[in-house]
Structure formats: structure tokens, C-alpha cells
Design a protein around this ligand. Structure first.
Ligand code: PLP
Length: 634
């Protein structure tokens, strides 16, 4: 547990069970009423064991979702704000929205709306399809829940948002650009729908970290001070200033400290009070996202992937900053809205993948080939190097060894290129050099573990912005790891690897794989990846998303119940994404089989069946080899 710092980043949801050595999950967090823990490995077995073994027959990689965690996150956020509000005598309430861009999965959005309806929790959309899904989901939510419409808008987006008001959804159109106002005025007049308008302010407060590029005067979004004044004037001219009710800003994701947060919220609260003074019917301050996650457990402002505050401290900083400014300007306290995404969904899903094989350090092919045979084949210079190397090894003169290993190897490669050294001999040279390298400790002790995963699909932020997530084996944690390794994915891309880990490590402590290739069953988990990773992941090399199970805590023998299981996209599904037509492809290949295959009808039928299965199966590796006779039938 200390090795992988599980208690630091995983509490209160994840821990290591010292008797089983497995990761356990407490989906209700530190809720003392519910004590039972779930063994993550048991979930993985249930999901991936074949149906004949009582499993669900899903292929890995696998996302395990815990809706109970989602509920706990949501309730914790709400209680943090409730406490900050009550304890400070703040005279309004907190009413958050979930920005669906973080993870648009239908069940996540539906869960959030349902878990949050008693405290009026709403949704934020940033595009037309997101708006459509938010409209649909909020039909089951609290009638007061906000539907905040952010992002660049055209007339269609604005029309939809206005229609949503007609459907009695509490929709706010947030102006990101000055030009959007003309469209809102025109379309709302045409449709005779009174809009509720918000505006996004471009604050001067700047978040210096990676996620801060949306903030500051040069930020991508929002209205400048001049533009805000123009919007107010125009609304006044058309008699719609009462429609302006919300002020929004977003400093950036993963805000590092409450100092920066309070600075930004304080600045925005000043803008809010000015808008009140100018006659707008203001009622809501929407502080955007940015509530951070402690990915490395360091709780440090210095670390890019950590934050120096708790949920409670975050809420307190926001409430105090708004209260201070409103108090000094004698302005009625606004409803506080936030658009936390990362902080709500990150913890609730765990990505499980398997290590299929690990590189082995020494590969001495020497015994199969007489040493003399090798030496005889060497050029005079290479032979001299060989003798010097042998002598230095005997003497234990490691520095000389290092010098001669490279030189000797290089000369042999030259000889191979010239055709005077055979492949077997060159392999023997490699084996000999590895052996000596191992003996003198010069070989890289870090192994490469091949994992059944695509980094581009499942951990795109690692590839794109070097964002690190906690990654560790989910079992065997009672055994001391004896190896260090990096993880190499399935894609034919040298960037498809994970070689940086939390804590600034360039390799991960790992266990030896048991058994040979494919029989390993060594399961690794990537934690805290519930936000953004699925939405950003692509289909590089046509690897699609993982299988998914939803798991609820239950009273059953293992303490959990799988309430939903879905295989990941099949080969056919990912082919369709890039405009291929799997059904036609299958027909073409079947036709070809009839034309060129064996005459035997049975074997043509078997071939066709095999092809059909190939289209239906996921693109990832299956642990057990499957041939035409023992076809994979999971
Ligand atoms: N709101 C807006 C406008 C955003 O741009 C973002 C994301 O960057 C969010 C909310 C969500 O931010 P976070 O996931 O940091 O809470």
C-alpha cells in the first residue's frame, strides 16, 4: 500500500487488503454506516471468466464503474458547500451542474441527474449533441436544476436552448462571444420565448499551470470588460436587461490552490456586483470547473497533478470570496453554481488491463553454438576485442568491459552487414554481450511489460499532455515486487507506452509474470481516469474502447452485483467508424472463400463463421490462443 501510495490518492474509496493482497473498493467512501469492501479482482474475474465458468465472458480491457462512488462524490461536494454556507451565514445556496464533456456516458449522466435531483443538481453542455442529451436527461431531474449552455453557438444551438425553456427546463444561455447576443435577441423574439442569459467573463486572474490556457486576458473564451459593458447596453436598449441573470467564468481545470481560486472568485464577484449595479436581474455566480484531483497523493501545490486543498477548503474559499465582495458592495448573495467535472467523475471508474508478456533481460543463445565456432568466424579486430573483453571480465575490470562490449558488438554488426558473419553467430554475440552486461550490472534492469491496451484510446491524456494517473497491479500486493517495468501497449506506435508514473518514477515496481506468454493473468488497474479519458480517446490502430461493467454494492456473498455489462466495440464497430462497411466486407470475403477456398462445403462454412466472429470480436488480444477449430466463443 505504501509502495503505490494507495492510501494517499485512493482514500476513502480504494485500499489494499493486507490479507488477500488485492485492491478493495469502498464505493460509499468513509460512510460509516456501510462497511463492506469489494474485492476488485473478484469483479474482474466475474466480468472476464467465460460464461461456462459463471462469468460474463467479457474481453479485457475493462472499465469497472461504481455508481455508488459517483453518488458519494456528488453528495460530498454538496455537503462541503452546504457546510461552508451554513457555517458562514451565507444567505443563498449552492446548486451545481455537471459538465457532460467530462464523460458523456448515458448512465453516468442519468445517475448524476438522479442522485442530485434532491439538491437541484443540473448539467452543463458545450455543443449541440451535449445539449440534446442534457435536455433529455434533465426531464427526470429537479425542475429547478440548471441547464447551462456554454461553448460556441450558432442559431441552431440557440434555438434548441430556447426550446428547452419552453419544455420547462431551467436553461441559461451563456454568451461566450459578443456576436451570440444578436442571435439570442433575434431568435428569442421570433419564438416569443424569454431567455435567461448568462455571460462568461474573461478574468484577469490567470492560472499558470497546464490547464490555465483558458484563463487570463488572452484566454480563448469569454467577454472582455469592454464587451461585457456593450452587452449590458444592448440588452438595456432592447428591454431585455432583466434576462441577464448569471455570471460565469472558468479559470482552468485542476486549480492548484485556494489562493488562486479565491483571487479569481473575488474578481468575478466584483464583476457580478457591477452587473447588479448596472440593472441586470443577477441571481447566480457560476464559478466554472477546476476543482482538482490529487492524482499522486502528494497534496501539494507544487505538483501539477495534485492540489493543495480538500473539498471543504475549496467550498469555503469560494463562499468566503463571494460573501466578502457582496458584503462590501451591499449586494444580495447569489446562488453559487459550479461546473466541477473532474472532481465528480474521476474516482468512479477503474480501467483494468492485463500484462501479456514481459521482456527478459538475458538471452544467451551461446550454449546452442560452440564458442570456438563463433570466435573462428570473427575478423581479426573483432577477435582481439573478444579476447580483451574476456580478459577484462576475468579481471573484474568493469570499465574496460563496458568499453569493449560496444566496440566488439559494433564490429560484429559491421561484419554481418558485409556478409562475413551469419545470423546465428550475431545472435551468439548478442547473447554473450548480454551475459557480460548482466554480470557487470550494465544492462538496463527495467523490463518492458506488454499490456493489452491502447494508450491512445484509454489514457489519451498521458500521450497528449503527459498527465499521470495511479497505475498498479490490483492483486499480489502482499508479495514484494521484484522487477521494475514500463508498460508498452498494443499499438504499432512508439508513443504507445507508459514510462512515467506518479511520484516522478520512470518505471513501476512489478511482479514476475507467472507462466508463459498469455497465461500471465497479471491485472493492472488505472485509477482516477473517469474524467475526459473516454471522451478524448480515439481509435488509433482501430483499437476501440474497453468493455464496461457497472457494479453496485450489495448484500450478496461477494458484496457486489453487476447491474450492467457491455462488451467494448467490436472490430466491425471500429471499422464502421472509419466508413468501412463490415457487412459488405464480410460478403466480399465470403464470396472469395467460395471462389478460392477448398471445395469442401464444411471448410468454407467454417471459414465464413470464423470471419464473422472476427468482425464481432473486440480488437484486443484474447489471452487464450484461438484457432479455426477451437474458435473463440466467449
Ligand atoms: N466548465 C468549463 C467551461 C470548462 O471549460 C471545463 C473544463 O475545462 C469545466 C467546466 C470542467 O472543469 P473540471 O473538470 O476541471 O471541473
Amino acid at each position: 500500500s505504501t509502495l503505490y501510495k494507495v492510501d494517499a490518492w485512493g482514500a476513502p474509496y480504494f485500499a489494499v487488503n493486507s490479507s488477500s493482497g488485492n485492491i478493495t473498493v469502498r464505493p460509499h467512501g468513509s460512510d460509516t454506516m456501510i462497511h463492506q469492501e469489494i474485492d476488485l479482482l473478484k469483479i474482474v474475474k466475474k466480468a472476464s471468466d467465460s460464461k461456462s465458468l459463471g462469468g460474463l465472458g467479457l474481453q479485457l480491457p475493462l472499465i469497472v464503474r461504481f455508481p455508488d462512488v459517483l453518488k458519494n462524490r456528488l453528495e460530498s461536494l454538496q455537503s462541503a458547500f452546504n457546510y461552508a454556507i451554513e457555517s458562514r451565514g451565507y444567505e443563498s445556496h449552492y446548486q451545481g451542474v455537471y459538465p457532460v464533456k467530462c464523460n458523456q456516458d448515458r448512465f453516468i449522466v442519468e445517475d448524476i441527474v438522479s442522485f442530485g435531483s434532491s439538491f437541484r443538481f443540473g448539467l452543463e453542455a458545450g455543443s449541440k449533441p451535449e445539449l440534446l442529451l442534457a435536455m433529455n436527461s434533465l426531464c427526470k431531474g429537479s425542475p429547478e436544476a440548471f441547464l447551462v449552455c456554454n461553448g460556441f453557438k450558432d442559431s441552431e444551438y440557440i434555438t434548441l436552448a430556447l426550446l428547452a425553456r419552453k419544455l420547462a427546463l431551467n436553461t441559461v444561455i451563456v454568451l461566450e462571444q459578443e456576436e451570440e447576443l444578436d442571435l439570442v435577441i433575434e431568435i428569442s423574439n421570433k419564438l416569443c420565448i424569454r431567455p435567461v442569459i448568462g455571460l462568461r467573463a474573461k478574468l484577469r486572474t490567470k492560472h499558470g499551470g497546464h490547464f490555465g490556457s483558458t484563463s487570463g486576458e488572452k484566454g480563448k473564451f469569454g467577454l472582455t470588460t469592454t464587451q461585457i459593458l456593450k452587452v449590458v447596453k444592448k440588452l438595456e436598449q432592447v428591454g431585455m436587461l432583466d434576462c441577464l441573470q448569471l455570471l460565469h467564468f472558468h479559470i482552468g481545470s485542476q486549480i492548484p490552490s485556494t489562493t488562486l481560486l479565491a483571487d479569481g472568485v473575488g474578481e468575478a464577484a466584483q464583476v457580478y456586483c457591477e452587473l447588479v449595479r448596472l440593472g441586470a436581474q443577477m441571481g447566480v455566480i457560476d464559478i466554472g470547473g477546476g476543482l482538482g484531483i490529487d492524482y499522486d497523493g502528494s497534496k501539494s501545490v507544487e505538483s501539477d497533478i495534485s492540489v493543495g486543498y480538500t473539498l471543504e477548503e475549496y467550498a469555503a474559499a469560494v463562499v468566503e470570496a463571494v460573501q466578502r465582495v457582496c458584503h462590501s458592495k451591499l449586494v444580495k448573495h447569489p446562488v453559487i453554481c459550479s461546473e466541477s467535472g473532474r472532481a465528480i467523475v474521476s474516482h468512479h471508474s477503474v480501467l483494468i488491463f492485463e500484462a501479456m508478456a514481459a521482456s527478459v533481460c538475458a538471452a544467451p543463445a551461446l550454449s546452442t553454438l560452440g564458442l570456438q565456432y563463433l570466435v573462428d568466424g570473427l575478423s581479426e579486430e573483432a577477435r582481439a576485442d573478444y579476447h580483451n573483453l574476456s580478459a577484462a571480465t576475468m579481471r573484474g575490470d568493469y570499465e574496460t568491459c563496458l568499453l569493449y562490449i560496444d566496440q566488439f558488438k559494433q564490429r560484429c554488426v559491421e561484419q554481418f552487414k558485409q556478409g562475413t558473419l551469419g545470423m546465428k553467430q550475431l545472435a551468439a554475440v548478442d547473447g554473450l554481450c548480454d551475459l557480460i552486461g548482466n554480470a557487470i550490472g550494465a544492462n538496463d534492469p527495467v523490463r518492458t511489460y506488454d499490456v493489452n491496451l491502447s494508450v491512445f484510446t484509454s489514457i489519451p491524456d498521458f500521450w497528449g499532455i503527459e498527465q499521470m494517473f495511479p497505475i498498479l497491479p490490483i492483486h499480489r500486493l502482499d508479495e514484494k515486487p521484484t522487477v521494475r517495468g514500463i508498460l508498452s501497449d498494443l499499438t504499432c506506435d512508439s508513443d504507445g507506452k507508459i514510462d512515467k508514473f506518479i511520484g516522478g518514477e520512470s518505471s513501476l515496481p512489478l511482479h514476475e509474470l507467472e507462466g508463459g506468454h498469455g497465461s500471465g493473468q497479471y491485472y493492472l488497474g488505472m485509477f482516477l481516469g473517469g474524467a475526459y479519458q473516454e471522451a478524448l480517446g480515439g481509435v488509433h490502430n482501430l483499437f476501440g474502447g474497453p468493455s464496461v461493467v457497472r457494479v453496485l454494492q450489495s448484500d450478496g456473498p461477494h458484496g457486489f452485483a453487476v447491474t450492467r455489462a457491455a462488451p467494448g466495440p467490436s472490430c466491425g464497430d471500429v471499422l464502421r467508424v472509419v466508413q468501412h462497411e463490415p457487412e459488405l466486407m464480410f460478403e466480399t470475403l465470403k464470396h472469395r472463400a467460395k471462389k478460392f477456398g477448398d471445395d469442401d462445403g464444411n471448410s468454407i462454412a467454417a471459414l465464413a463463421t470464423y470471419l464473422a466472429r472476427s468482425f464481432n470480436n473486440m480488437p484486443y488480444l484474447v489471452a487464450s490462443p484461438c484457432d479455426m477449430n477451437t474458435m473463440n466463443n466467449r
